[in-house]
Design a protein around this ligand. Structure first.
Ligand SMILES: NC(=O)c1ccc[n+]([C@@H]2O[C@H](COP(=O)([O-])OP(=O)(O)OC[C@H]3O[C@@H](n4cnc5c(N)ncnc54)[C@H](O)[C@@H]3O)[C@@H](O)[C@H]2O)c1
Length: 437
């Protein structure tokens, strides 16, 4: 934080305070008048990537913690993966011997759902599949005590539909951790149309007890963080298949801007199959280039090839000639309408649509304040702190410039949902600005 301007520090401090002052719409309750239920026992369902990280966080903070898997084979796999995590975290000095011993002793990996009959909080982290999550909640509804709050770590699914299977749908709340969940402080807490303020207060209290920063957001496809992230990743793809930028060139441009990692490295880490599933399930548009990437099962690190290739033994990232040929094939046939002349244009192409999407989220009432989006990206994504986050970056750039640019791009690409102009940008006074573009 050394080089972070004082104004940005103050701004982020204020964002922390704002995050704590949550309120539900229509006087459904807020941080002042809503009480969390006491939490002693937590069950995380699904011991995959996210479930393991979430369970580690709860267990280390002293909660009675169950990590529930579907069968013995999956439970064994989960145990092995946990051991790998402990080893890695020790190497990075984020865990010591006594913490690892505590985890080995207290983190209860089980396949027996009946053990959850006295749990206060469930956090489900099974596959991103509505039918599966509904079946799971139906089963848990018969086992758990009535006061138990049901949290879901879904990245995108509709909370209202998920809660519809419960006798009391008001107990369902989204608790969306970021990967790796044991390390990243940011959590989106999501309310559906029936979620009670007690469920939200409990989610907030649970997050605080494990040293996370919860931010309240509304229920919409992909919520806030993934909505903005999706826009950023889509724009990075366009730079490849429309403009011929190679993955390492785009990543370099964005790390020069201050990010720790570029978008294509991030996409490979997250797994391109995740986006495939999200887009197919929600009927979101995918480019022909993206479909070809999926067809080739280029799912990123997990398949040793994505936008980059990875050495199967060392896992080292390398540029991939075949991917570069694919990019050239698509980009040579493309005739994009938006001009990109230099690296700065490419940065704007990636980041301005995020500012627009953040404003749309606010206008739709999905999140209350721009600084909450900013803090989400700083703590959850490694956005360069000195700029204060995506929304503040937009204002520092000159919001007239962002407005003029998005309005221009919308006129050039009217069918591209990414450039649907936020009302805030439509209303910016751009009179003195057009000449500077
Ligand atoms: N991976 C991420 O970066 C990320 C980030 C935020 C949220 N999420 C969300 O978290 C959830 C889990 O994602 P993940 O990446 O950890 O998935 P994963 O595939 O790594 O793990 C899912 C786990 O759930 C287990 N499971 C499946 N059905 C079960 C059942 N009926 N009972 C108990 N366990 C069961 C599987 O055996 C598997 O271990 C998804 O909803 C996903 O959208 C993922």
């Amino acid at each position: 934080m050394d080089k972070v301007p004082q104004a940005v520090r103050d701004y982020l401090m204020e964002a922390h305070q704002l995050a704590a002052q949550w309120s539900l719409p229509n006087d459904r309750g807020d941080y002042i008048n809503s009480k969390s239920i006491p939490i002693k026992s937590v069950a995380v369902i699904g011991g995959g990537t996210m479930g393991r990280g979430i369970a580690i966080a709860f267990c280390l903070s002293g909660f009675e913690t169950y990590l529930v898997e579907v069968n013995n084979k999956a439970a064994e796999f989960c145990k092995n993966e946990l051991e790998i995590t402990y080893k890695r975290e020790k190497a990075f000095r984020r865990l010591n011997d006594s913490k690892v011993e505590k985890l080995r002793k207290n983190l209860q990996i089980t396949t027996d759902f009946q053990k959850l009959n006295n749990c206060d909080l469930i956090v489900e982290a099974v596959f991103e599949d509505m039918k599966l999550k509904k079946e799971l909640f139906t089963k848990l509804d018969k086992i758990c005590k009535p006061s138990c709050i049901f949290g879901t770590n879904t990245s995108s699914l509709d909370l209202n539909e998920m809660s519809s299977v419960l006798r009391d749908p008001t107990k369902v709340v989204g608790i969306h951790f970021f990967n790796p969940a044991n390390l990243i402080r940011m959590v989106e807490v999501i309310y559906g149309s029936k979620t009670s303020s007690k469920a939200v207060a409990t989610a907030f209290e649970a997050c605080r007890s494990i040293k996370k920063l919860p931010v309240l957001v509304g229920n919409c496809p992909a919520f806030v963080f993934n909505r903005l992230l999706g826009v950023y990743l889509n724009q990075s793809q366009k730079l490849m298949y429309e403009y011929g930028y190679l993955p390492h060139q785009i990543d370099k441009i964005i790390t020069n801007f201050g990010f720790l990692m570029g978008p294509l490295t991030v996409a490979d880490m997250n797994g391109l199959d995740v986006m495939e599933k999200l887009k197919k399930e929600n009927g979101w548009p995918a480019s022909d280039f993206e479909k070809e990437v999926w067809r080739q099962k280029r799912y990123g690190r997990k398949t040793n090839k994505g936008y980059y290739k990875y050495d199967p033994n060392t896992h080292k990232k390398e540029n991939d000639i075949e991917m570069e040929q694919l990019i050239r094939k698509f980009s040579s046939a493309a005739s994009p309408n938006i001009q990109i002349l230099n690296d700065q244009d490419a940065v704007n192409f990636l980041l301005y649509p995020m500012v627009n999407e953040g404003l749309l989220c606010i206008e739709e009432g999905i999140i209350h304040h721009e600084s909450l989006i900013d803090i989400m990206f700083i703590l959850g994504f490694g956005w360069p702190v000195a700029t204060g986050g995506p929304m503040r970056f937009g204002w520092l750039q000159g919001i007239e410039k962002v407005a003029s640019t998005i309005i221009l791009w919308n006129s050039l690409e009217p069918n591209d949902r990414t450039y649907k102009v936020a009302a805030t940008l439509q209303n910016v006074d751009r009179k003195n600005f057009a000449a500077k573009l």
